[in-house]
Design a protein around this ligand. Sequence first.
Ligand SMILES: [Zn+2]
Length: 342
Amino acid sequence: MELENFRPQSKLVTKTTLVDKPKFPAIDAHNHLGHFGGNAIEISTLDEVCDEFDKAGITHYVDLDGGWGEDVLQKHLDYLAPRAERFQVFGGVDWAKWAELGDSFPEYAAKRLSVQKSWGAQGLKIWKPFGLHVKDHKKMLVKVDDPRLDPIWQAAGELDLPVLAHVADPVAFFDPIDATNERWEEIGANPDWAFTSPPFPPFIHILNGLRNLVKRHAKTTFIGAHVGCYGENLGWVAKMLDECPNYYIDISARTGELGRQPYTARKFFIQYADRILFGLDGGPDVDGYRLVYRFLETDDEYFNYNTGEIPGQGRWYAYGLYLPDDVLEKIYRRNAEKILFR
Ligand SMILES: [Zn+2]
């Protein structure tokens, strides 16, 4: 038998707690309705999407896929208009314009934020090509803390648009893809997720860039996606939260990472309860939501953190955090009410 066909079935006799709805109605601060116009908004009616939310106890939802052009943003806003009070749409930065606009690009991108806000965008989403692929007009890779881009982050603060930043990716994606790589299977299934350094910048350089950026723009609210882009190292994320009062994190798509370090994660959630936002990523998925509720609320042990048969981020299992009610309420909704749905 090949090792990859190994399907060990745990013989542990432990409890399974099904949590249909969150203890407090939740706000999903990190999700998608289709990348720049695709999937969910084309396959589902808005009523169907909202029915899923009602089943899963989700009251509000941040759709990060507004993009940078009026067409895409407007498409999302038009689709959501009948239930607009339940949604926010975030815009983006059109990095490709840098080649065309040269030195005037940062000012252009900053002005573009106010235009996006006038169309209806309520935040700015920065995605991982920034730090990995984005190049300036001289075809040089741009660092996350490049001071030339300060006008963008400053404008976001002035316009009161929170910036949700997903930079880098799981640490192991930056390592050589060999027998020691804990994400070997996942990278095999998604070869374009390999950012082995070199030639890519080291993971920690990208994260340090994010930290410098957030520190330098103390009047701008930043949300670090996926546990501040470094769920493998909660000590590092905690330090950044300590240093940057304008910084929040979301927990989307990191149940596997958090659930394999339950003692540290539980302490982290309790200590930083005011800075953590709930989010799922991966669409309005009732079963996906319920699994995260189980993780946050129960003391269930050793369970699959994915809805698929084989846990997608690595073949380990998760442990619940059985968080106290006051912490759950902040994470599920109070923090999002403070910085998003005000
Ligand atoms: Zn996402």
